[in-house]
Design a protein around this ligand. Structure first.
Ligand code: HMG
Ligand code: MG
Length: 354
């Protein structure tokens, strides 16, 4: 049986995957549209994006305890999750997505969200956040004293239905209810926009739709939208292309990028994001991760790999690479397989020599 990622109607290249739209796009870094983008909202500096210096400081949103552990076959014991979160905070992270207040029938690995929040040691200056799909989730999150919540609609209908059992319109309506109630309770709301770079069921997703949905989520009250490559199909030119469209409506300072590293392009996609002025990136310690409702999604961009890149570029993150790797080292035996982060694996070769 021949399996195709996006179904038979998609064209396929020799590498087994090809996008149905051409990349001589008018919005690409090599295309004419670049000049237009520099005068648009969000690119208002007047400088060409390629001439813009990289951000000097980047915020890393550590999603390992949530996006990482939600997709592991093994249920990681609650005490180990707590130690993992504490280890990541000690490593200098300022934003940690601790868990998800979703249905335990849908994602059993996150069933102990309240217990994890109850057990962590809260360091001053660290925001401990969680996913909430609806008002029920928000109410559980508030009881657990989360600092911030995240809603997670998708840019494609089929994934939206499979992931949260809601159409896009229903998900947006739900996100509005969560934003309204969370904000009136003094909680900030982040939004993910899943399948921003491709859907496992529908294939290509139009950048214009991503831009329009991102703007809607900001209008609903989300302070930031994490454009999410749910199944790790994005490549750098596409990242530039999507950001070019999105930053006409929403400034880069309200955007984050959330890459899964399924095809090994996550780091180079980060570089494309930095070039476009994005300064917030999600990553998962050790490269844990995936989405249980996205066939083929593997781990997130590994935090160690991201920090190694940013350290090398002289970009401040406030995190300590060795301490992140120690947190990964402690969780690895509980997930039952070797963690994929390359930098983590390279560091392992130095342990035992110290
Ligand atoms: P549903 O079955 O349609 O929900 O699921 P429902 O409203 O019909 O309720 C059914 C039952 O679930 C009821 O219980 C509710 O109380 C309960 P019953 O009366 O049968 O005993 N329920 C809940 N229980 C606990 N917490 C809740 C909650 N809500 C309802 N919040 C629902 C709809 C949204 C709940 C479900 O589909 C769900 O939880 N989905 C979450 C799936 C998920 O977590 N996916 C992974 C995270 S997303 C991701 O990884 C992508 C991301 O990383 C970005 C990217 O990479 O793209 C963020
Ligand atoms: Mg994800």
């Amino acid at each position: 049986m021949r399996i195709t990622l996006f179904g038979e109607r998609q064209r396929q290249g020799s590498h087994g995957f090809s996008w149905p739209w051409p990349y001589n796009s008018r919005c690409s870094p090599h295309g004419e549209q670049k000049r237009d983008a520099t005068t648009a909202r969000g690119n208002a500096s007047g400088a060409r994006v390629t001439d813009t210096p990289l951000p000097r400081q980047v915020t890393i949103v550590e999603v390992g305890p949530r996006d990482g552990l939600q997709n592991e076959a093994a249920f990681v014991p609650t005490l180990e999750k707590i130690a993992f979160v504490n280890g990541l905070a000690n490593a200098g992270h300022t934003v940690i997505e601790v868990s998800a207040f979703v249905s335990p029938q849908w994602v059993p690995q996150m069933a102990d969200a309240a217990q994890v929040f109850a057990g962590i040691t809260r360091r001053p200056g660290v925001r401990y956040t969680a996913l909430v799909p609806n008002l029920h989730g928000l109410s559980r999150a508030r009881e657990a004293r989360v600092d911030e919540v995240a809603v997670f609609p998708a840019a494609s209908e089929t994934f939206s239905k499979r992931n949260i059992n809601q159409t896009i319109d229903e998900a947006i309506a739900n996100a509005k209810r969560v934003c309204d109630e969370a904000r009136s309770a003094g909680l900030r709301v982040r939004a993910y926009l899943s399948t921003s770079f491709g859907c496992p069921f529908e294939g290509a997703v139009a950048p214009a739709r991503v831009a329009e949905m991102t703007a809607r989520l900001i209008d609903l009250g989300a302070y930031e939208v994490a454009l999410s490559d749910t199944i790790g199909v994005a490549h750098p030119r596409q990242v530039s292309d999507v950001l070019c469209k999105v930053t006409r409506l929403v400034p880069a300072s309200n955007l984050a990028l959330h890459f899964h590293d399924t095809r090994g392009t996550a780091l180079v996609n980060v570089y494309a994001g930095l070039e476009a002025g994005v300064a917030t990136f999600d990553a998962s310690a050790g490269g844990l991760g995936g989405c249980p409702y996205a066939p083929g999604a593997t781990g997130n961009l590994a935090t160690e790999d991201l920090v190694y890149l940013l350290d090398g570029l002289g970009i401040t993150t406030g995190t300590r690479l060795e301490a992140i790797a120690q947190a990964s080292r402690a969780i690895e035996p509980h997930v039952g397989h070797a963690l994929p982060s390359r930098v983590f694996r390279a560091l392992q070769t130095t342990w035992g020599r110290e």
